[in-house]
Structures are given as structure tokens and as C-alpha cells.
Ligand binder design. Structure first.
Ligand SMILES: NC(=O)c1ccc[n+]([C@@H]2O[C@H](COP(=O)([O-])OP(=O)(O)OC[C@H]3O[C@@H](n4cnc5c(N)ncnc54)[C@H](OP(=O)(O)O)[C@@H]3O)[C@@H](O)[C@H]2O)c1
Length: 246
């Protein structure tokens, strides 16, 4: 069974993976609402396929705005059948830094915003007995690493949240997809040390949409070889993790 994706919302579409997913969906004939804060970037993206994309400025740290915006998009586009949540934030955290405001922003963008959008989509799609919800999580959610505690915790939370959503909704025909990329060449990783197996945002988008189109409520690594790393990383005992400086 393949999942139809004809009218989509992509949250976090102004750059990187979200922009690439929106571009591919539009290229495949879908009508796409593209959302993020940076209006100029959204307009630039929409100009490439003005018939297929419509831009909406939105800050996911304002979850109260989501119900009205969802309705506005459906008035403009018609009933949406696909939600992609790609917004994420990973601020620099120094080794000796404990900064609550940065952590709060990370969790609000990466996890809380996803809940605000996915709850609404799940209720609508469950009632319609169709629809696809795609969450862009990360291999960073596999373990609590010292580098950025709030980012890892947000992605672990998002992965668990998506699994629960899948357990709730898939029996009603809703396709809930967890994509867990490794390293992708975007603004988020640019200049970071220690990157390997780096893929482009467009390649990540291609693989994420291939996973989603299966229509079987899948969870998968992007690319698939990250499953090996995730498996190994989960086996490492905590004390070894600490000794390795991870
Ligand atoms: N790059 C990687 O290696 C990698 C690996 C695994 C997972 N991921 C995940 O992939 C997703 C996309 O990231 P990316 O790598 O493509 O980086 P990116 O180019 O920095 O994209 C981040 C997106 O999130 C949006 N965003 C951030 N804060 C927002 C806010 N307050 N309100 C609305 N939108 C907001 C940004 O839009 P505005 O700034 O315009 O608002 C942008 O569109 C993220 O969830 C990230 O965690 C990335």
C-alpha cells in the first residue's frame, strides 16, 4: 500500500531537510504549505513552484497559534493529508555550560511544537481514516550524550511520542513515520567536527519520503546504515560511554 500525499504541511521548511522535502513533494504534484519563521526564505522557496507552494510565517514556540493556522491552511489548500514536522533547534552548548533558556528553546522547537501540530493532524486524519504524519527525529535521540543534553532528550522524546502516536492511529489508517537521520549537510551541522557518512538534504528528503510512501507506519534510519551505529551505541554500558567521553 502506498500513502497518497496530495496536500501537505511542512513545518520547518525554510531550509535544510524541510525545504528539500517540500521541494520534492511539490515536484511530485502535491500542494504544500511551507512554514517557518524566515519569511524571505519561504518566499524564495515558494517562487520555484508558485502553483504548488504557499508560505506561512510561523514560530513553533507559539503553539496557541496552531489551531487557527491549521484551519487557515485547510481553507486555502483543502483538506490536508500529510504533515511533516522538520523544525528543530540545536544551539551550541559549551562543555561547562548549563543554560536553561537554551534548553527550553530547544525542547519547545524540537518537541513541544511537534506535539502541537501532530495532535491536530492525528485527530483530523484519524477521523478521515487516512493521512500521513512524518516526524524528523534523529539518531541523537538514541542515548544521552554530553554534547547537547536538551537536543538529545528532545529527539528521544519525539521518537517515543511518534511511536505512541503510531500505536494509537495506525489502526485507523493513519501512517505515522519516524525518520531518524544521521549527519545531513545543512546549517545545523555546517562547520561541526567529527561528521561522517554526510548526505545532502535532498538525499535525506528522498529517503524520508520513500520511507513514508510505503504507507506502513514505519520507523527508519536515514540512511539505513545508521541502524548499525544505533544498535551498537545502545549496547554500550553507561560507564563505558562516560569513559569514552561521549
Ligand atoms: N542536519 C542533521 O545532521 C540532522 C540530523 C538528524 C536530524 N536532523 C533534524 O532535521 C530537522 C531539520 O534540520 P536541518 O538539519 O534541515 O537544519 P536547518 O536547515 O537549520 O532547519 C531547521 C528548520 O527548523 C526551523 N525552525 C527552527 N526554529 C523554529 C521556530 N522557532 N519556529 C519555526 N520553525 C523553526 C527553521 O526555520 P526558521 O529558522 O526559518 O524558523 C528551519 O526551517 C531538525 O529537526 C533536525 O533536528 C538534522
Amino acid at each position: 500500500m502506498t500513502a497518497p500525499m496530495e496536500r501537505a504541511i511542512v513545518v520547518g521548511a525554510s531550509s535544510g531537510i524541510g525545504a528539500a522535502v517540500a521541494r520534492r513533494l511539490a515536484g511530485d504534484g502535491a500542494t504544500v504549505a511551507i512554514l517557518a519563521r524566515r519569511a524571505a526564505e519561504l518566499q524564495h522557496l515558494a517562487q520555484a513552484s508558485p502553483q504548488r507552494m504557499r508560505a506561512y510565517s510561523h514560530d513553533v514556540r507559539d503553539p496557541e497559534a496552531v489551531p487557527d493556522l491549521f484551519e487557515r491552511i485547510e481553507r486555502d489548500l483543502g483538506a490536508v493529508d500529510t504533515l511533516v514536522y522538520a523544525a528543530g533547534a540545536m544551539p551550541e552548548i559549551a562543555a561547562n555550560e548549563y543554560a536553561f533558556e537554551k534548553d527550553r528553546a530547544t525542547v519547545e522547537v524540537t518537541l513541544v511544537g511537534a506535539m502541537a501540530w501532530m495532535n491536530l493532524a492525528a485527530a483530523r486524519f484519524e477521523a478521515a481514516r487516512r493521512g500521513t504524519i512524518i516526524g524528523v527525529s534523529s539518531v541523537a535521540g538514541e542515548r544521552g550524550r554530553r554534547g547537547n543534553p536538551a537536543y538529545g532528550a528532545s529527539k528521544a522524546g519525539l521518537t517515543t511520542y511518534l511511536e505512541a502516536l503510531r500505536n494509537r492511529c495506525s489502526r485507523f489508517g493513519v501512517n505515522v513515520v519516524t525518520a531518524k537521520p544521521g549527519f545531513v549537510d545543512t546549517a545545523m551541522t555546517r562547520g561541526k567536527p567529527g561528521l561522517f557518512w554526510l548526505i545532502s538534504a535532498d538525499e535525506a528528503a528522498r529517503q524520508i519520503l520513500r520511507l513514508a510512501r510505503r504507507g506502513s507506519s514505519a520507523s527508519g534510519y536515514v540512511p539505513r546504515r545508521w541502524a548499525l551505529v544505533a544498535f551498537a551505541v545502545r549496547l554500550v554500558p553507561s560507564f563505558v560511554f562516560r569513559r569514552l567521553g561521549l
